[in-house]
Design a protein around this ligand. Sequence first.
Ligand SMILES: Nc1ncnc2c1ncn2[C@@H]1O[C@H](COP(=O)(O)OP(=O)(O)OP(=O)(O)O)[C@@H](O)[C@H]1O
Length: 361
Amino acid sequence: MTADYKIKVQNVTKEFDLFKTRSDQLKAFFSISHDPIPEFWALKGVSLEVEAGETLGLIGVNGSGKSTLSNIISGVIPQTTGIVDVRGDTSIVAINSGLRGELTGLENIRLKALMMGMTNKKIDDMLDSIIAFADIGDFVYQPVKSYSSGMKSRLGFAIAVHINPDILIIDEALSVGDDTFYQKCVDKIQTFKEEGKTIIFVSHSLKQIEMLCDRVAWIQYGDLKQIGTTEEVVGEYRKFIKWFKALSKKDKHKYQNDAKERQKAFDIDEYQKEITAERQAAEPNNQHVARDVQKDFYGSVISETMPWRTRIFSTLVAIAVVFLMLVNISGHSLTNVTKHPSLIFHPTTTLTGPGVTKSSK
Ligand SMILES: Nc1ncnc2c1ncn2[C@@H]1O[C@H](COP(=O)(O)OP(=O)(O)OP(=O)(O)O)[C@@H](O)[C@H]1O
């Protein structure tokens, strides 16, 4: 690994809980259910670096983890473990992500630009240019949920390139546009490349990958199978696709199923032990390898379940709120109820009729 990277991803995993119901999800969030939650590891420990000015292609079969990885890099979702270090502003263009369906195209432009720290004046100045690039006519005044996937991609691409990010992540955005728009996007990507911007380009089109990428990472069912020059990796991937296509329907199904089962059975603690052992072998004089690996795995990760301290604190707050409500309803002072807690069950007022209260004492 070099110190001079633009993006560093180290030992990154992503686990999705396969909840059956919403209530299972809530129970797990508050950690009040002891039933095991079925896990699915969309990424099983990916490490790679992207240099400044480089265009890295991400390839792999459906469901291999390309979008998960690009969403983690762009900060749309958190990783489960590992380090993600991105040096610069990122903008992601994906067919279905980033745009708010209930907002109009214009409102989405403003929202995304404001989120990137632009002033209203700057947004006003570039509005016409974004609208012209997207070329979606009066639909720009309509809610995005009424757009076709091609229109969403046009708007997403137009916004992303005008925001002028350091790092552009393009996830399958070119596959849905028509030829004219496709060429416009390719030209824009070439300009970005010439300007030295860093690009991650996710695509199933090996032609597009070959045309645009300097290096390629092949993601295979949550693993980084290979990373290298475009020619080398695309060549190997083509061989794999040819081999896979030649399998019988039953064998294809078995191959995919086995891979998914391995993703369900992935053991994060075992993976951490493997990495610790590897690092111990590489740094025999370092006494703190286990602690360092623990920090690298979990130090920069946001927990998706409530930690114990937060859980205890929120339970105490909830009890206090209910207690104060009961004190208020009882009509006694807080000091009296604290001295004689049973007063809470003996209110000072009783209702005698609609809207009429009478003191009980
Ligand atoms: N929110 C989620 N909950 C559960 N599983 C998910 C979730 N998001 C993604 N996955 C699973 O993670 C795996 C990786 O998905 P991802 O979308 O990253 O793959 P991909 O390589 O981008 O696929 P495609 O080429 O079809 O776009 C898939 O098996 C998918 O079903």
